[in-house]
Design a binder for this molecule. Sequence first.
Ligand SMILES: [Zn+2]
Length: 457
Amino acid sequence: MKNNKISIHFLGAAGTVTGSKYLVDTGEKKILIDCGLFQGLKELRLKNWEYPPVDVPDIDIVLLTHGHMDHTGYLPRLIKQGFNGKIYGTSPTLEIAKIILNDSAKIQEQEAERANKQGYSKHDPAEPLYDLKDVEKTIPHFKSVPQSQWIALFDGIKARFKYVGHILGATFIELDVRGKRFVFSGDIGRINDLLLYPPLKPKRADVLFIESTYGGRFHQEETDAIPQIEAIVNETISRGGSLFVPSFSVERAQLMMFVFWKLVKENKIPKVQMIMDSPMGADVLELFQRTKDWHKLEEYEFAEMCSYFTIVSSYEETMDLRIDKSPKIVIAGSGMLTGGRMLNYLETNADNAKNTLLFIGYQAEGTRGRKLLEGEKELKVYGKWVPFNMQVAEIEGLSAHADHAELLDWINKIKIKPERIFIIHGEKEGAEALQIGIKETYGWNAEIPELYSIEEV
Ligand SMILES: [Zn+2]
C-alpha cells in the first residue's frame, strides 16, 4: 500500500520574509512553489550558496506566484543544480522574472568583479551566485499560464493561478492534489491600490499558506499617503535639497511615477527634474503598456506620465546626474538599498542634510535600508564608508503588501475551516501577530513553520 501522505518542505520564507520556496511532495511528484532568493541578513544570504536540503533533479515542476526576486531569484541556481522541468507562471510574471533575473545576474557579476578589483570579498576570488549565461539557460524552461483557469499538471494534480494584486501578473496558487486543495497566497496586494485591482480570494483551502509580511501592522490607504508625499517633496525642495526614493523597480517605481506626475499636474509640487533611473524599471514600464488587463492605468495617462520623467538607462547618465546638485526627484532601485543605481546617488549625496531619503516599501532586517531607517549615520557603498546626513522619511501606505486587516480579510470567503494553516513569509513578530489575528477572527489555529522543517498533511 502506498503512503497517501503529502509532505511539505519549507525551503525558504519560513520564519523570515525572503527566499520563498515550498516543496510539495505528493509521493509521486515533487512540486516547488516559488523559487526565491534569500535577501537581507548575511546568515540568510549565505543560504543562497548552500545546496537546498532536497534532491533538486527530482523536482518535477516549479509554479511561480509572481516575479519578485524573493520568489524567483533562485531559479538559475536550481537549473545549475540539475532541475530540468517546466517553470509555470502567468505571462507578466515570467516577463518580470526574466527582467529581474537578468538584472540580478548583471549586478552579481559586477559586484564580484568590483570585489575582486578592490579585494574586499571574503571569497577569493569572489564569484557571482549565477551569471547571464545561467539565466539564459533558465528562460527556456518558462511556460506561461492563463489566469483563473485550471491547468492539469500531472495525473490527479491540477493548479489554478488567480489575481492577487501586489504586482503585475501576481497570483495566488490553488493546487489540487488528489482532491486536496493547497492554497499558496504568494504576496497579497492592497484592496485599494492606485494601479492594481483588488485581490481575488480563495473560497476553499484544505491546507492554507498565508504570507504575513505586515502581520500586526496597519497601513494607511494609498490615497492618504499622497498628501504626505506632497509635504515631504515641498519641504525638501524648499530647503534646496533633492528627494531620493529607493524603490522596487517593478510596480512601486511606476506607482511613484504616477504619484509624482499627479502632484505636478495638480500644481501641488514644483516642476523640478524627475528621474526614473532604473533600466529594469524602464523595462517594466514597457510591460505596463502590454498588459492592460492587469492594471487600471489608461493609455493616455501612461503616455503623459512618462513624458514628465527623464527615464535613465545608461550608467554614464547616472554618473552625470548624481553630481548635479539642483533639486530633483530621483526614483531608483533597489527598494531596500541592497544594490542598484540608488547606491550611486547616495555615494555623492548622502552627506547633504538638505536631501531626503524616502522609504516607501518594506525594509528587511540586515539591509542598508533598514539600518538607515533605524538611524545609522553612515553607509557602506562598494566596500567604502560614506557619511549619511540626509533626512529620512518613511511612508507605509504605499506598500504593495496587504496589511494586517487586509490579510485577515483575504481569507474571509473560506467557509470551511482548513485542516492546516501555515503562516509564512514574515518575520517572527508579524507571523505571530497574524496567528493571533486568525485565532481571534476565525477561531482557527495556525502554525508558524520553521525554515527547513517538513510537515505531513
Ligand atoms: Zn512580492
